[in-house]
Design a protein around this ligand. Sequence first.
Ligand code: MG
Length: 458
Amino acid sequence: MKKMVFFLPVLLLIPPKLYNQNKAGKDRLPNIIHIFADDLGYGDLECFGATDIKTPNIDRLAQEGMKFTSFYSASSVCSPSRAALLTGRYPQRMGINQVFFPESFTGMPSEEITIAEILKQQSYATGIVGKWHLGHREKFLPLQQGFDSYFGIPYSNDMESVVYLRNNEVESFSVDQRYTTRTYTEEALHFIERNSERPFFLYLAHTMPHVPLYVSEKFKGSSERGLYGDVIQELDWSVGEVLKKLEAKGLLENTLVIFSSDNGPWLVMEDHGGSAGPLREGKQYTFEGGMRVPTLAMWKGKIVPGSVFEDLATQMDWLPTIASLTGTEIPKDRPIDGKDIAPVLLGTGDRQDDSFLFFSGAELQGYRKGDWKVKNAYAGFDGNQWVKKVAPHDSLLIHLKKDIGEQQNLYRSQKDRARILFSEMHKELKKMGPLPPSQVVRRGEDNSHFTYLEGKEK
Ligand code: MG
């Protein structure tokens, strides 16, 4: 905590304008870059055990920064996960229980306060490049949520809205997805270049490796894991370009670079989906493979190189953490579920909470406390083209430190422990109070006119 309280008195004395003019790295508020991959699995990076994909630039974040081995996304699918990252809140508090679609009339409520908005208190330049997926009507777009600029595909790249938006407008209806990673990277580098004289927040939310997969010619055939591996190696190149740019601008010591994924790998896509490594299942499930994401944070001179944090932390932690590191206020009028992990990053303390709720849509399915996890019994699912078949299971009690793959169910042998954890889980849910109804992400079609025609006597 010591290093963080240092910022506050300085801020009281120096108005933000002067701060921005001060180019000396150590006296300037830190830049934040959050690089988000889409559907990247826990086992898809070399530093997390992949042997058939080379990720030297992403691995550099681990070597020169901190690796989080037990880091959770708040959801196992895109939109809720992104809402949680940006607001520090469980998405169920916003009714975001499913992913939005191009035909959605809804989005993340404008009243939500994002990392970009809180950083405006300190006059940060704020930009997002890439996938938004929190609604496309103007009031839901990034510029209305604290970002100065936006460039990217507003939804997932398999949806009927693969266009490039620039700020609030469509810039291009013809997107060649082979170049999405490269184009986003160029946009990100321009953003850093444009804002290198002032504190900035860049949210670089890649479209890849969400299916359908695309890669530029240069990376085609570059990995030993087919197209999926090639795509990751291009993302790795992208991370390298960002780091090179920071170095060239002398900003590496003044920038917190975060790398993570929004949810686990989409296993039903077979070799076009990623790998959860040692974890059970993937995207769309509340097993570890769906929610635990490979996460790295590098901040030269601040984070101890090669450090590993094995305890629980979450994507929701970034809002309070970034607030703490930049001397900004977090919203006081609403619950913030994330915890400040600045002490973890700076090596001065631990995360102040060791519990986590595993929601699937609006349903609370599991709970982690310390090294233990409980999960509701499951009736099983036969699978379809979008979702992998998963066999039914009993209530689960898992010791995650000893059994990361959730293979040994201790529920029957330690029923008392399980009962206590389930009861805590329900108490936590109760504490959240009444939650809003799920947002309507898709309205049904009215095809009664066809029914009328069909029923007509010919
Ligand atoms: Mg995703």
